[in-house]
Design a binder for this molecule. Structure first.
Ligand SMILES: [Zn+2]
Length: 428
């Protein structure tokens, strides 16, 4: 008997290997979801690794010493593909998505458990198999995920809503607030006879499903999330000051600071801060120090060198193997740190970034750039109750990014939400 046949015929060992292979595929897959969440093309190496792990799992549970088992092959393949869609739905919905994916994302807390009954039926029909072991592992992971998410909801705290929050809700709901909340699965809004309040997120809960509420429905940023955004923006600014990195408030956050008198835009979905790399502050030194500091202070830091992006999130870094399960959530409160470098563009010195921002002009090097003198030396601006670094000429910087930035423009994924929202501002 060959080594493979010996292994394949050993039920316990075969089952253990099947469980390990599934768990490895799961971990690799949830790690991969960090890319769609950040609107980034996944790295080929990571796609290949996850794909190979998935194929190996399917092959292992479908092969026996007697040869391939077609039933096991079909069941394992359809189970893994279905589970992949269920798990990935929230991350895929960070971009516009079809109704099926939106539906799965909305039920992401428990959707994996829908496969529990079919999995049990298969386990009864094909007992003692490697397939059984894989299915039980998957269901255990889904049960643990569900219970942890469910228990975390108990830690929610009540926040009052501002008059603007209420007005935006009313406009979107068109007179049927309860129906609106039911339709969209908004569980946080507490409606009483005379008032509304919000069951808000904290570091001990999952964040509010930002992606749906703010980006797709056009609601105001939840009061809890606004508070955490304030916290994290000053935290990141303090870290960058300590590191000695030249940085400035960027994009929508700078727009809020300038146009809304030092406040976040009401529909803000992240904080943007930019950092200039130079001889003293390199990518490695910056990302290493931020990751180390984040681990110490309880902020999750993820780095995407190929895109020049570091994201700092308002959630405590979890130990392995739970580290990447956060990618199954529908939102996160975070600061996106975009990297700039000095470059020459048609003979002029610019600060250049790799990814587009607003209508920032493209450079001859394939990036996007702003004239150096608009940014350096940086100045200070009041932002959410504290000072934060901003470009030297914030007005000119914003004009370069957004044109007439004094005019309110909604850039939601869903155009209907933008139209409703515009109506809301005229009523306010
Ligand atoms: Zn929140």
């Amino acid at each position: 008997m060959s080594n493979f046949e010996t292994l394949a015929s050993n039920t316990v060992l075969g089952g253990l290997i099947a469980a390990t292979l599934y768990a490895a595929t799961y971990l690799s897959f949830i790690r991969l979801l960090r890319f769609p969440r950040n609107w980034i093309q996944p790295s080929q190496k990571e796609v290949l690794t996850t794909g190979l792990l998935g194929i190996t799992t399917i092959a292992w549970v479908s092969l026996s010493s007697l040869g391939p088992d077609l039933n096991c092959l079909l069941i394992a393949t359809s189970f893994i593909v279905t589970m992949a869609f269920i798990i990935a739905a929230p991350a895929l919905c960070f971009r516009p998505a079809n109704k099926a994916l939106e539906f799965l994302a909305r039920h992401s807390e428990h959707a994996g458990l829908w496969l529990l009954v079919p999995a049990l039926v298969v386990c009864l029909i094909i007992p003692g198999s490697k397939l059984q072991s894989m299915l039980l592992t998957a269901m255990t992971i889904e049960l643990l995920w569900f219970f942890r998410q469910h228990w975390k909801q108990l830690n929610k705290v009540i926040y009052p809503l501002t008059p603007s929050d209420r007005s935006v809700f009313k406009i979107h709901a068109r007179g049927d607030l309860k129906g609106f909340c039911q339709n969209h699965g908004i569980k946080e809004l507490i409606i009483s006879e005379s008032d509304f309040s919000w069951r808000g997120c904290s570091k001990n809960t999952a964040p509010c499903p930002f992606n749906l509420y703010v980006n797709k429905l056009g609601l105001n940023t939840a009061p809890c999330c606004r508070e955490h955004m304030r916290d994290i923006s000053h935290y990141v600014s303090k870290c960058l000051l300590e590191i000695g990195a030249i940085h400035w408030l960027e994009g929508g956050s700078l727009l809020g600071a300038v146009r809304e008198n030092g406040k976040l835009l009401e529909w803000e979905d992240d904080i943007d801060i930019s950092v200039l790399l130079d001889e003293d502050i390199t990518w490695d030194s910056l990302s290493d120090q931020l990751v180390e500091q984040g681990n110490k202070d309880g902020y999750f830091v993820d780095t995407f060198e190929e895109k020049g992006l570091i994201s700092v999130s308002f959630d405590t870094p979890k130990p392995w193997p739970f580290k990447w399960e956060r990618n199954r959530l529908r939102g996160e409160i975070r600061v996106d740190i975009a990297i700039y470098r000095r470059a020459t563009n048609h003979g002029a010195v610019v600060l250049e970034r790799q990814s587009p921002k607003g209508v920032m002009p493209a450079t001859e090097n394939g990036g996007y750039g702003v004239p150096l003198e608009l940014v350096l030396p940086t100045a200070k601006i009041i932002f959410e109750g504290g000072n934060i670094a901003c470009p030297h000429d914030s007005g000119a910087y914003l004009r370069l990014l957004y044109g007439n930035f004094q005019e309110i423009e909604y850039t939601y994924i869903n155009p209907a939400a933008a139209r409703n929202r515009l109506l809301a501002t005229t009523v306010k």
